[in-house]
Design a protein around this ligand. Structure first.
Ligand SMILES: Cc1cc2nc3c(=O)[nH]c(=O)nc-3n(C[C@H](O)[C@H](O)[C@H](O)COP(=O)(O)OP(=O)(O)OC[C@H]3O[C@@H](n4cnc5c(N)ncnc54)[C@H](O)[C@@H]3O)c2cc1C
Length: 536
């Protein structure tokens, strides 16, 4: 097995640090890099510390045996026109990042023995749904109307998060008035008031894997956010997802900052309620009055801060109100023919045993030999127009399925690549099950797979630092979204949060969390000119 060579960022050594930084950012995912880049634009010198061997967090890619895969980016929406999302990406990457559209049919749902599709474009999406469910036209229009209403409310939700606590309580009645109650209801509850057609609900919720919770558990707000996000189709970063970080890092360096890899933060140092800096796992201390953690709420409060600080700041009870999302398996596959030769589509497949997603997940969590509640198949080499320049004559596929952490816990503490024969045997079994799903949908691939390897929740823990192997940070329940302490500002002076846990998961959600954190840190007056520069 040849090792991964695709690495970006500068290897951490204490003697490579500048004598002083204006801010330290823990984690180089899209949220950490966004915060660092925006602060750099405002003249701050920022030190980003990433524990992994490469920068980018879930946007990183890796190479092995002549193939390249991305770990946490399969498609991104809302970048086909000059939207706010697109403008943010353009600004952060100096306009260098290109976007390749997927097929018009960007998602295909196999639900039991039925097949449904999602098509790009609001009108096309609607008409396509009406074609598939002619008796449900009114329900479909009412659903699209709800998505429309959520749009404005989402900005209000974000704005509330950036406010100081006193201002937020003053503005609470206005924020509540602007935020419809259905945003914090369960997705299924909202949809079942529109229609009784369980197949239609299943198709509308066919992307539940994008946030890790099925409709009877998830908040409608996050469902709606994702549905809106992909309404105009899916796009793939040209050159692979690692290009996102690769293009952002120079912005940080230009202002005198750096993005260090192999830089594991052991503790956030706090004296008398004020941040003093961070202690690295090699014992070195980086002294700095501003620390921004993008490592996730669980890591920040349960690992990086001491129990005393967490208790003194009154976070103990709050932390019991949230829980980590489920883990996942990913089968990374390499083939020695091109996507075109193999007939691989630029469409994602979502494969479900039946339309009752909640039941399927419950059955699987009770018995991990039960059918996978969802199997997601992505064809990255087909989506990236430059893939063949880097890896001629080959193709890649990724298959993702949920996986709870508990069954893997017995191997916790073992070393990646050396976890023992029983672990490898379990992985082989799971890989085989996932491959069966692939061959069932694309029989021409049988006998063509040259290489595959499976990641488990332990791999997520090892490479991305999520202690429960969680796929999307905190679970996106209505309760989580109503936690008013999940904001950029913490009760420790100088310590700020960013990332998927303070807004929502998704590359765009985490990127916007970076903007939110910078806004909360700088205040509206100081950030306004930068906002104008980005959004016009
Ligand atoms: C399998 C999978 C598929 C996905 N597919 C999509 C998709 O198609 N489209 C989409 O929009 N989103 C997708 N997502 C979600 C998206 O990738 C994430 O929500 C988003 O990238 C999270 O960004 P972040 O900055 O909050 O966190 P992360 O990217 O996780 O960054 C946090 C960083 O902190 C680092 N860190 C943790 N602890 C420490 C420490 N002690 N010291 C130093 N560094 C530390 C970690 O190594 C990590 O790099 C997917 C996610 C997964 C897992």
């Amino acid at each position: 097995m040849k090792p991964s060579t695709l690495r970006i960022g500068y290897r951490y050594r204490p003697n490579r640090l500048a004598p002083e930084y204006d801010a330290v950012v823990i984690g180089s995912g899209i949220s950490g890099l966004t915060t660092a880049a925006l602060l750099s634009e405002l003249g701050w010198k920022v030190c980003v510390l990433e524990q992994h061997y490469t920068a980018g967090g879930y946007t990183h890619s890796y190479e092995r045996n002549g193939y390249e895969w991305d770990v946490g980016v399969h498609y991104i929406g809302d970048v086909g026109a000059r939207t706010r999302t697109r403008r943010m990406f353009d600004f952060l990457t100096d306009g260098k990042l290109g976007w390749a559209p997927m097929e018009e049919e960007y998602d295909r749902f196999y639900i039991g023995d039925k097949v449904f599709t999602a098509r790009a474009g609001k009108q096309e999406f609607r008409d396509n749904l009406v074609r598939q469910f002619p008796a449900e036209e009114t329900a479909i229009d009412r659903y699209l109307d709800l998505l429309q209403q959520v749009g404005g409310a989402l900005s209000m939700f974000g704005m509330g998060r950036a406010m100081r606590p006193w201002l937020r309580s003053v503005a609470a009645p206005y924020l509540k008035w602007k935020t419809p109650d259905f945003m914090f209801r369960k997705t299924y509850a909202v949809l079942s008031e529109l229609t009784n057609d369980q197949d239609l609900i299943a198709v509308i919720c066919g992307q539940w894997g994008d946030m890790g919770l099925p409709p009877k558990q998830s908040a409608f707000m996050v469902h709606a956010m994702i549905a809106r996000h992909y309404l105009y189709g899916g796009f793939y970063p040209v050159g692979g997802s690692w290009k996102i970080a690769d293009y952002i890092i120079p912005k940080i360096q230009k202002a005198g900052g750096e993005v260090f890899t192999y830089a594991n933060v052991e503790k956030i140092l706090v004296d008398d309620g004020h941040v003093r800096g961070v202690a690295m796992s090699d014992g070195h201390e980086i002294i700095c009055p501003v620390v921004i953690s993008s490592a996730g709420v669980d890591n920040t409060f349960n690992r990086l801060l001491t129990n005393d600080v967490v208790r003194e700041c009154g976070y103990e009870k709050s932390l019991r109100e949230v829980r980590p999302s489920v883990g996942h398996l990913c089968l990374y596959i390499g083939l020695k023919e091109t996507a075109a030769e193999l007939g691989l589509p630029r469409t994602n497949f979502w494969i479900y045993p039946h339309s009752n997603y909640d039941q399927a997940l419950t059955d699987f969590l009770e018995d991990d030999d039960a059918p996978f509640p969802v199997v997601y198949v992505s064809f990255p080499s087909a989506k990236d127009p430059e893939y063949l320049d880097r890896h001629p004559g080959t193709a890649t596929i990724e298959i993702v399925a949920p996986a709870p952490y508990a069954p893997f816990e017995k191997w916790k503490g073992t070393t990646w690549g050396k976890r023992g024969d029983d672990y490898e045997a379990r992985k082989a079994e799971l890989s085989e099950r996932l491959l069966r799903h692939l061959y069932d949908k694309l029989p021409q691939l049988e006998g063509k797979v040259d290489y595959f390897e499976l990641s488990t929740p332990l791999s997520t823990e090892w490479f991305s630092g999520y202690q429960h192997g969680e796929l999307y940070g905190l679970d996106h329940t209505p309760e989580r979204l109503q936690q008013d302490w999940l904001t950029p500002r913490t009760r420790v002076n100088g310590l700020w949060l960013t990332g998927q846990d303070i807004l929502t998961c998704g590359v765009t959600g985490a990127m916007m969390a970076g903007l939110l954190t910078t806004t909360a840190m700088m205040g509206m007056r100081k950030i306004a000119p930068l906002m104008k520069q980005i959004f016009g």
